[in-house]
Design a binder for this molecule. Structure first.
Ligand code: FMN
Length: 163
């Protein structure tokens, strides 16, 4: 199979594992996929509930949890590790900021249009941004917005639909 290239990332196995919350795709699954040459994805959904022993504050526990899952994944693989962040989540911004600060290779973001995703990129950040869309129209609206506001276009686009 042909490898999948996203900027400087190269997945020898052209498979992107879907982010699955709550607690389904964490470091274990993501690193296993990455070790096979695919793109492993940690779901950031509900981490505050999983890591509630760290803090009863959901937001703080979620940030801690995502850092922990990325650390565990990095210990288990040198492959590509992404983070799935749903736009509909109340702590969307926290999870995006944490994924970028912790140098996740790529963020996949759907369940809404992530129109402001590039605004979270910091100087020198290498995290790739991949919106999940369900139509060409959504992709067009998003690309126009990103380009006009941030001079940025998606590093990859995930297209999901019934067909
Ligand atoms: C148990 C489960 C949890 C999921 N959780 C998320 C999620 O948190 N965020 C998301 O963007 N998609 C989520 N999805 C969607 C998957 O990432 C994937 O995009 C979807 O299942 C389509 O792929 P498939 O046709 O191979 O199942 C979830 C899917 C499953 C089965």
């Amino acid at each position: 199979m042909k490898s999948l290239k996203i900027g400087n990332l190269c997945a020898s196995m052209p498979v992107v594992q879907g982010g699955m919350g709550v607690g389904v795709s964490l470091a274990g699954l993501a690193s296993a996929v990455a070790n096979q040459g695919g793109v492993g994805v940690i779901s950031s959904a509900g981490l505050g509930a999983i890591y509630n022993n760290y803090s009863k504050d959901y937001r703080a526990a979620s940030i801690w949890g995502l850092k922990e899952e990325l650390r565990k994944a990095r210990e288990a693989t040198r492959g590509i590790i992404g983070v799935n962040v749903m736009v509909a989540m109340s702590n969307f911004a926290d999870m995006v900021r944490t994924a970028i600060a912790e140098k996740a290779d790529i963020i996949f973001s759907g369940a809404g249009l992530p129109l402001n995703l590039p605004s979270f990129l910091t100087e020198g950040a290498r995290t790739k941004l991949a919106p999940i869309v369900s139509s060409a129209r959504a992709a067009k609206v998003l690309c126009q917005k990103w380009f006009s506001e941030y001079s940025y276009v998606p590093d990859a686009i995930v297209v999901e639909g019934p067909k």
